[in-house]
Design a protein around this ligand. Structure first.
Ligand code: E4P
Length: 236
């Protein structure tokens, strides 16, 4: 399974890259706003360079299909690892599948986003999306079970041998990551604050503390034993 970072914060992404756990980055307009980015092009170009060959998703910001296509074509010039995020419908519920299909036909990688149901993932896959982003937290917000949607989409993709990959986003708690991984997500996109929660454990700290204390004690005992041998040696 791959891990993406759901962030546009270069410092945090660099810190995580150095830990060897980052396979890509996803952003959206809300993330850009939260991370204080006004120059989207500059930020996206820097992220693309930072990530090397790993994908960086940047989202279009229009309801109009022509504008979506123009934005997508511009984004694609910012880096060879750019992936264009296209919401499966616009805010009026109009299908974006034609946009997804056209971009895919022009070899621009598409991340079909804001997916909340199995059928949306099915159609985005059929239209040619490289990634289908299932929003776990938002599915749960509506009282539905994201793990079931992820499981169903994964088994359908596998059964029909589609190459689209499931990205699970909208992570709200650490258990969402585990649930997504076990439900068959190819990728989970994780906001930076969750990484310390994933790795840290108070009993692990206690365990390491115990080992360090015992190692210290053992060194002291060895030192005492050596001193005793030295004293008895001097007595001869
Ligand atoms: C990732 O691709 C999504 O844009 C993001 O995870 C959405 O998260 P949210 O539902 O917390 O806004």
């Amino acid at each position: 399974m791959r891990i993406f970072v759901d962030s546009a914060n270069e410092k945090e992404i660099l810190y995580l890259l150095r830990q060897g756990i980052v396979d890509g980055v996803t952003t959206n307009p809300s993330i850009m706003l939260k991370d204080g980015i006004s120059d989207v092009e500059g930020a996206a170009r820097r992220l693309c360079a930072l990530l090397g060959d790993r994908p960086v998703s940047v989202e279009v910001t229009s309801n109009d299909h022509q504008e979506m296509l123009e934005q997508a074509r511009t984004f694609a010039t910012w880096g060879r690892n750019i992936v264009v995020k296209i919401p499966v419908v616009n805010e009026f519920g109009e299908s974006s599948l034609d946009v997804i299909n056209e971009l895919t036909g022009k070899a621009i990688a598409v991340n079909a986003t804001a997916i909340l149901s199995f059928n949306q993932a099915l159609l985005a896959t059929k239209a040619g999306a490289t990634y289908v982003s299932i929003f776990a937290g938002r599915i749960a917000d509506e009282g539905n079970d994201p793990a079931q949607t992820i499981r169903h989409v994964r088994s359908w993709l596998d059964e029909w041998e589609y190459s689209a990959k499931i990205i699970v986003g909208s992570v709200r708690t650490a258990i969402d990551i585990q649930n997504a991984a076990l439900a068959g997500a190819h990728i989970v996109t994780v906001p930076p604050p969750f990484f310390p929660k994933m790795i840290d454990h108070k009993y692990t700290r206690d365990t390491v503390r115990q080992f360090n204390r015992d190692a210290e004690k053992a060194l002291q005992e060895i030192a005492v034993a050596r001193a005793a041998v030295a004293v008895s040696g001097n007595g001869h």
